[in-house]
Design a protein around this ligand. Structure first.
Ligand code: ASP
Ligand code: MG
Length: 417
């Protein structure tokens, strides 16, 4: 069995959905499970809906209507109006959303977010599944919320692997074709949860692991895994092969090609992962599997924006001790701040962080109660795997380096623009 994952960019419009059919016709589609994300930028659009709802903004109805029209327009392009089922499904989903708006009593933003944002994946997979059906690809739409069981950690829920594998194996029959959602899951209360932004790759990894799949293919708008982001670097090299370990390292440092949690379950069962272009699905792309770190051998560059460097020292000029560090990490964890780099000196402890949940001010307030805190915002963190002197020079390039750290395989350089 194969797991195919199609991201938002591959189904961003009607043309993308038609191309999905085209890809399947080229690659073959026996015994596959398709994991599909929200269409285009719909997750961002639904994030706006949940913010408007949560903050009781006046533009809620407008936001909802705009996402609804987006999906209806795609459906109108793909289906004739003589085919009312999909239109009914879309309308039903928006009715469900309105019922949620009316009945919800929770004030937990992360819970609300998951209930609302998940609709984007449901809409996308309904449209794709019907479209394939109409084009003689018999498939079953699978509700992933009843397959992947997670805890209640909304917006970055953790998977209960044993229960998930049991559920998946009881639902998936072979050989068949399934269409299911990425990124979203369900908890024991039957509520919807999500696995973290860009989590659809991870969903593909979970299904592959539980079903002992032969391979996972992630279809993207690039030819495969490149050694650097082509939006940032002029010259990039397509990697033919990347080891699991190297891919895990790259994802950990922020390479956005593969979601960081995807690889470990695949590595455990040695299930190969292929990254291919949805425009050119028969091209080889990149394989991630057991073996050499990188083919070809080259430096790989990873860029992270919006970094904040926090330098924490004692108010009385004494040393930052282990107990202080433990307290600092407790705070970082509690405020769900991501730490990308750590450096310790005699009198100050520095971390480069990412404030994905908008908690920086609250964190700062708590930190300053106990410590002297300096910070720098809007920094860029470059990570170079398999660095060379010249690759470091290329990044530094007369810019203001705020912090630099080298280990055997990895260089990290924090730069002020
Ligand atoms: N639709 C979700 C997101 O944009 C999940 C994904 O695309 O992987 O974050
Ligand atoms: Mg997406």
């Amino acid at each position: 069995m194969k797991i195919f994952k199609f991201g938002g960019a591959s189904v961003k419009d009607a043309k993308g959905v038609r191309n999905l059919l085209n890809v399947l016709q080229k690659t073959g589609y026996e015994d596959i499970l398709l994991v599909i994300s929200a269409m285009g930028k719909m997750t961002n659009a639904f994030e706006k809906v949940s913010e408007s709802y949560f903050n009781k903004k006046d533009d809620l109805a407008k936001q909802v209507d705009s996402v609804k029209q987006f999906h209806l327009n795609i459906a109108r392009e793909l289906f004739s109006s003589k085919d009312p089922v999909i239109f009914k499904e879309i309308n039903n989903l928006f009715n469900e959303l309105n019922v949620f708006f009316k009945n919800n009593t929770s004030t937990n933003y992360n819970y609300i977010y998951d209930q609302i944002v998940s609709k984007a994946e449901i809409l996308s997979t309904k449209i794709c599944s019907y479209y394939l059906l109409e084009n003689q690809i018999k498939n079953e739409w699978l509700d992933v919320r009843s397959c992947i069981l997670t805890d209640k950690n909304y917006r970055s829920a953790r998977v209960n692997w044993t229960a998930t594998c049991k559920r998946i194996n009881s639902k998936v029959e072979r050989p068949k074709i399934y269409v299911t959602q990425g990124f979203i899951a369900g908890n024991e209360l039957g509520e919807t949860t999500t696995l973290g932004r860009e989590g659809s790759d991870y969903t593909a990894g979970i299904f592959a692991y539980c079903l002992n799949a032969d391979e996972v293919v992630i279809f993207k708008d690039v030819q495969g895994v490149l050694n650097a982001d082509p939006r940032v670097f002029d010259k990039t090299i397509l990697l033919d092969q990347v080891s699991y370990r190297e891919a895990i390292e790259m994802a950990f440092y922020g390479a956005s090609v593969i979601h960081p949690k995807t690889l470990q379950p695949l590595q455990r069962k040695e299930i190969p992962l292929h990254v291919r272009s949805f425009k050119d699905p028969l091209q080889k792309g990149t394989s991630v599997k057991k073996g050499l770190d990188l083919i070809p051998q080259t430096s790989c560059f990873i860029v992270k924006y919006n970094q904040i460097l926090l330098s924490i020292s004692d108010k009385e000029f004494s040393f930052i001790m282990e107990n202080d560090i433990s307290y600092i990490f407790e705070l970082l964890h509690r405020h769900r701040v991501k730490v990308n780099l750590i450096q310790n000196s005699a009198i100050s402890f520095s971390v480069s962080i990412e404030d994905n949940f908008n908690n920086f001010n609250a964190l700062l307030q708590e930190l300053t109660e106990k410590f002297r805190v300096l910070y720098n915002k809007d920094l860029i963190l470059y990570t170079i795997r398999h660095y060379t002197k010249s690759s470091i020079k290329e990044i530094e390039n007369n810019r203001e380096v705020i912090l630099k750290q080298l280990s055997r395989e990895t260089a990290q350089i924090l730069i002020k623009e």
